[in-house]
Design a protein around this ligand. Sequence first.
Ligand code: ADP
Ligand code: FBP
Length: 329
Amino acid sequence: MIKRIGILTSGGDAPGMNAAIRAAVLTASVHNIDVIGFHYGFNGLLDNDYQTLLPQHVQHIIQRGGTILKSARCKTLHTAEGAKQAAMALEQLQLDALIVIGGDGSFRGALAIAKYYRGQIIGVPGTIDNDVDGTDYTIGFATAIDTALDAIDKIRDTADAFERIFLVELMGRHSGHISLAAGIAAGAEQIICPEFGTLQLGSLKEVITPIKHAQLLRGKSSYIIVVAENSYPGGTTALAEALSEELGIDCRACILGHIQRGGSPVGADRILATKLGSYAVEQLVAGANLMMAGEVNQQAVLYPLGQTGDKKKPIDPYLVRWQQLIASD
Ligand SMILES: Nc1ncnc2c1ncn2[C@@H]1O[C@H](COP(=O)(O)OP(=O)(O)O)[C@@H](O)[C@H]1O
Ligand SMILES: O=P(O)(O)OC[C@H]1O[C@](O)(COP(=O)(O)O)[C@@H](O)[C@@H]1O
């Protein structure tokens, strides 16, 4: 019987985390479950830093970016001592369950705690990167794409005016979900992401050949290359410099950075967050443990927490093929 649950947001914040908190609190209230929210991710467990969350505390937060509970990374949790201490905090607060909203790293943290905790744990996928197995989309991904798209469209204007080559670096840590989606939607001429293989220092033929081909075909024109972070050993600015040297034309780099994590969540993220935040509570009541609440083919599903970081979810193979065979030609 679940009477009291804890909730926290951890790792990179993502637009829609607030919507997930709201949905979990409102659903818990209907089930007469008390909720406490830990601040600063897992640090809140270790530092006894938390607040009671009542329905009135989550009013009018569905449209807000960031997270009202704050987020952080927590080094201590990587030690067995830290995991034990976190579990002890949950026991002392008499929490029957914990909801962790975050990415696969946060779910590994949750599993570490589970070794010493008698209650239930459930994950809700919140990261702009979409690099979590067991769910078609993560909360925050749709908003990040639109943010990136808005920026790339603006870059296209200035690139067109100067007939310049621009390299736009997008986030994703080691995954290309954001770059592929935003690159396709922006009509980027090239997309470079880890799934296409990492570029080597000095071997730029595969980037240069399509540029030269396009120049031959279309003459002078703007040319946008979307580059997922960590795709080139020296970074995207170094890649732009190397290309400038090889091509003899100025290439500009634009690193979009953390702007992609902010902003009001788009409708798709608010809806996904509402569904998964609520489903997580319902599934805890039904007895779920060490699972993630995900969505596959529009159905809310449970997926083993321990498999969420297996990196089995590919970037869309149809779009990859289209980009490589048609868009970059
Ligand atoms: N292997 C692990 N063992 C224990 N805790 C971990 C582990 N991996 C990640 N964590 C915890 O989860 C936090 C968030 O993970 P991170 O990978 O930074 O973000 P995300 O959850 O967005 O993938 C880390 O700061 C750490 O506290
Ligand atoms: O905010 P930080 O610590 O610089 O981290 C940047 C990383 O966080 C992200 O924005 C989100 O990643 P996570 O959700 O896995 O934390 C990545 O795309 C990026 O590589």
